[in-house]
Ligand binder design. Structure first.
Ligand SMILES: C[S@@+](CC[C@H](N)C(=O)[O-])C[C@H]1O[C@@H](n2cnc3c(N)ncnc32)[C@H](O)[C@@H]1O
Length: 281
């Protein structure tokens, strides 16, 4: 059986510029609005296709170096294209943040948006890495999403996936067991509570400020959400089904989201927190 277009999209995390308009891009100016002074070095962790770096370079003429660290080679390549016009003000590195690279630099600003849950359960490593590289007046601007979790640790996107699996014939009660069997850690489990994060981050960093907003996702069609899911979560969840059901899985995710949109007037809604963290001093 041939691989469908949406499965190819998921395997390369393609289409993020379009998909991220539904949620992630809405954090970009919120985060950059917290930057004060005239920073010279900014590092974006999990820099994706370079959207935050591009805005930072445009908004902050004081920046002489904007560094992106990102795991996906496809995303690094797209970011390189997007940022080419900024020449040697940009450095992009392919890196796995669960084992952050020994880069030598002093940063005035470090940003990390919509990434920390992917580093579970070793988020302390990136907190250490940042604390070791922030200049004394530097700030770490971090966003974390907080979906409500059920007694199995599922919530947020996991719920939409559960609806999709049920539509494909999986018993609803069997879904948490299927996650465990396929070693897929639910996103609502990967996302620690705000108290848990406070404790984890507080070992090396001081919380200087906290802001919160509600992130509401709405869509105009099932297909739009299908592509948002593929661009955002890639093949993370599609490993819950047999390869032959891959295309049907993505379609079912889109349809599950569209049902929510029609019933509730939105697909999802969850708090997102913006932390401003400083060195302990
Ligand atoms: C939801 S996207 C967020 C991208 C961007 N920061 C934004 O706010 O739009 C998560 C990004 O983190 C990257 N990522 C996930 N796990 C990673 C890891 N272990 N190391 C480096 N990057 C990672 C993904 O490839 C993806 O680009």
């Amino acid at each position: 059986m041939s691989t469908s277009a949406v499965e190819i999209q998921a395997s390369t995390l393609a289409g993020y510029a379009e998909a991220s308009r539904l949620r992630q891009v809405q954090d970009r100016d919120w985060v950059l609005d917290q930057v004060t002074g005239a920073p010279e070095v900014l590092v974006d962790l999990g820099s994706g296709i370079g959207q935050l770096l591009e805005s930072a370079l445009d908004r902050l003429p004081s920046l002489r170096l904007a560094v992106g660290l990102e795991r996906s080679e496809h995303r690094i390549a797209e970011a390189g294209e997007r940022l080419r016009r900024h020449g040697d003000r940009v450095a992009l590195h392919r890196a796995d943040l669960t084992s952050p690279p020994p880069l030598e630099l002093g940063a005035d600003v470090v940003t990390m948006t919509s990434v920390l849950h992917w580093l579970h359960p070793v988020e302390d490593r990136i907190a250490d890495w940042v604390a070791d590289r922030l200049n004394p007046d530097g700030r770490f601007l971090l966003t974390t999403y907080h979906p409500a979790a059920d007694e199995h640790g599922l919530g947020g996107e996991d719920d939409i996936v559960r609806d999709a699996l049920t539509a494909l014939g999986v018993e609803r009660d069997a879904v948490p067991g299927l996650f465990a069997q396929r070693r897929i850690v639910p996103i609502a489990t990967r996302t620690r509570s705000t108290d848990g994060l406070d404790e984890l981050l507080g070992r090396r960093l001081r919380t200087a400020a906290v802001l919160e907003r509600e992130a509401v996702v709405t869509v105009g069609s099932a297909a739009q959400y299908e592509h948002f899911h593929a661009a955002t979560f890639g093949d993370y969840y599609s490993r819950l089904v047999e390869p032959a059901l891959g295309a049907a899985f993505f379609r079912a995710v889109g349809e599950a989201a569209w049902r929510r949109q029609q019933e509730l007037g939105r697909v999802s809604s969850m708090p997102v927190r913006l932390w401003t963290l400083a060195p302990l001093g």
